[in-house]
Ligand binder design. Structure first.
Ligand SMILES: NC(=O)C1=CN([C@@H]2O[C@H](COP(=O)(O)OP(=O)(O)OC[C@H]3O[C@@H](n4cnc5c(N)ncnc54)[C@H](OP(=O)(O)O)[C@@H]3O)[C@@H](O)[C@H]2O)C=CC1
Ligand SMILES: O=C(O)[C@@H]1CCC=N1
Length: 271
């Protein structure tokens, strides 16, 4: 499977995270090409991962078996139309898109009746602790296995039986690293107010988040049980957690996650 050449069109944040995971997982770097409209990110990727790079999208797709569409959603239609015009036979290749909010039907409008896997990765893929939602249409078992293999170094792959679930994955894992970073940022701010220096405060907060997540993954206990283990009756945690509850943390989280889903649906309507 490592013989397939994979071209990333768009070499931004998310492409870098997936490329890092593939290379760290043993995918041959000379079988990965990144194409970008400007040079700096390509230079950094070539330096860090020894992959091939190019400013020429067309040349990248011509050399590739699998094409990963990794530009922002707003750029996608123009990109697809340029590609299909320049290289009509690329419709025979396998496409993987990582874009939020663009349904498979739009790609088929832009590229013809292509075989495409919609994926929704997240940035912790960079450290192989990502979660990727995957939804395939019209692909062979080999192609699905290949895409599974391609993402296997990023962390956990979750195959979906309905395209609508991609929007749910966005809310649960695609966007959610930002929720945790926001929470940690707020905690760091208070730690600094309390006199810890910025680097120390960041480390203390991140180490606690890592410890809590590791405990949750390693344990049979529910999140609620693990929370109860920290919360002594009449103690400090109870006061903190009650403050969160009284100020509507659960509703806030729910509203935020549905807002992400609604935005994905709204984006889908706009393409
Ligand atoms: N960031 C995330 O956490 C996640 C993002 N996604 C999806 O991934 C996609 C990319 O997002 P992200 O990586 O964050 O965005 P970035 O802006 O970091 O990356 C997009 C890249 O595409 C390049 N680009 C734009 N137009 C073209 C073009 N026509 N040809 C070649 N390269 C082009 C940009 O070049 P330049 O450097 O010149 O701007 C940039 O490097 C989006 O569709 C998003 O929905 C999915 C899951 C998670
Ligand atoms: O914010 C976004 O639209 C993309 C999709 C999931 C994470 N980032």
């Amino acid at each position: 499977m490592n013989d397939n050449t994979v071209a990333f069109i768009g070499a931004g944040n998310m492409a870098r995270c997936i490329i890092a995971a593939m290379v760290n997982n043993g995918y041959p770097s000379n079988n990965i090409i990144a194409a970008n409209r400007s040079q700096p990110k390509l230079t950094a990727l070539a330096d860090d991962y020894a992959i091939q790079t190019t400013l020429d999208n067309i040349s990248a797709v011509q050399q590739a078996d699998i094409i990963v569409l990794a530009v922002k959603p707003q750029m996608m239609q123009q990109l697809c139309e340029t590609l299909i015009t320049a290289v009509p036979e690329i419709a025979d290749k396998l496409f993987v898109t990582i874009a939020a909010g663009i349904p498979v039907s739009r790609y088929k409008d832009w590229l013809g009746n292509v075989r495409i896997v919609r994926s929704m990765p997240n940035t912790p893929s960079l450290v192989s602790l990502g979660v990727t939602g995957l939804y395939a249409t019209d692909c062979s078992n080999y192609e699905k296995s290949f895409v599974d293999h391609m993402f296997s170094g990023t962390g956990l792959n979750v195959w979906l039986d309905a395209e609508a679930k991609i929007d749910h994955v966005i809310a649960v894992t695609g966007s959610s690293p930002a929720y945790f970073f926001f929470f940690m940022q707020a905690m760091q701010q208070v730690a600094e107010e309390l006199g810890f220096d910025a680097a120390e405060a960041k480390k203390m907060v991140a180490q606690t988040a890592l410890g809590a997540a590791t405990m949750a993954l390693d344990s049979e206990h529910s999140f609620a049980d693990l929370r109860a283990q920290v919360t002594s009756k009449g103690g400090t945690t109870h006061e903190a957690v009650t403050t969160f509850a009284n100020q509507g943390l659960e509703k806030m989280v729910s509203d935020a996650m549905y807002a992400a889903i609604n935005r994905a649906k709204e984006m889908a309507q706009s393409f």
